[in-house]
Design a protein around this ligand. Structure first.
Ligand code: PGA
Length: 241
């Protein structure tokens, strides 16, 4: 079971001290299947990966530039650079970046080059509220998967994060039945071995007992509630036990 913390644009060097609780928890928890991944801002990848060196907790980034090669791209960081400072994962296709103009084709290029750099991909997909109301959820997810993963044969490095846009940061989560159906729809898009599927969007300590019932899920991508180590541990405990 994956628990991926997406810190977004939050956190500084002092924030890292608060992780000691999670480190302690991860050491005492003997469930081998528990996978914790922290995706802090790029500025914290190196110090965080040093701090987590003797633990099973891994580090990821939240986005990267699409170019595999270095180049004149002011302010950008590519997947090789992220790997070099300790990232093992990168979140790609997050709706907050799609809203800034990131297209399916660009995400596809990012995914291919990040795999080439040796990173695992947390590939975000999800429909907007309007698309859901227009009953286009499956159509949108199908397009995002097909275009985003176009000509990627080996999908072993891909983890899909289903994040309905209307659920991110709103406190609203999909109904149990609808979430189970959507996850199995996503899984049905993959003929052989399907990738792992995570759910993301307002996962918190109050709804994790409901999310626990979603049996076809492989974990969670957690934004706001992941900043607080106590809450993060609480969510993990409520969903794995
Ligand atoms: P949230 O964010 O948990 O704060 O809704 C999730 C995400 O955007 O990945």
């Amino acid at each position: 079971m994956y628990f991926v913390a997406n810190w977004k644009m939050f956190g500084d060097l002092r924030t890292l001290n608060s992780l000691d609780k999670v480190i302690k928890f991860s050491k005492t928890n003997k469930k081998n299947k528990l996978k914790i991944v922290y995706c802090p801002p790029n500025t914290l990848i190196r110090p965080l990966s040093k701090r987590l060196k003797k633990t099973k907790i891994e580090v990821g980034a939240q986005n990267c530039h699409h170019s595999y090669d270095y180049g004149a791209y002011t302010g950008q960081v590519n997947s090789k650079m992220l790997k070099n400072v300790g990232a093992k994962y990168v979140i790609l296709g997050h709706s907050e970046n799609r809203q800034l103009g990131e297209t399916d084709n660009l995400i596809n290029l990012k995914i291919k080059n990040a795999i080439k750099s040796g990173l695992k991909i947390i590939f975000c997909i999800g429909e907007t509220l309007k698309e859901r109301r227009d009953k286009k959820t499956n159509q949108v997810l199908k397009r995002q998967i097909e275009k985003g993963l176009k000509s990627i044969k080996n999908k072993s490095k891909i983890i899909i994060a289903y994040e309905p846009v209307w659920s991110i940061g709103t406190g609203v989560i999909p109904k149990e039945k609808s979430l189970i159906q959507t996850i199995s729809f996503i899984k049905s898009r993959f003929i052989k071995k399907y990738p792992k599927i995570l759910y993301g969007g307002s996962v918190n300590t109050n709804n994790s007992h409901k999310l626990k019932k979603i049996r076809n899920i492989d974990g969670f991508l957690i934004g706001g509630a992941s900043h607080n180590p106590k809450k993060f541990i609480d969510i993990i405990q409520k969903t794995i036990n």
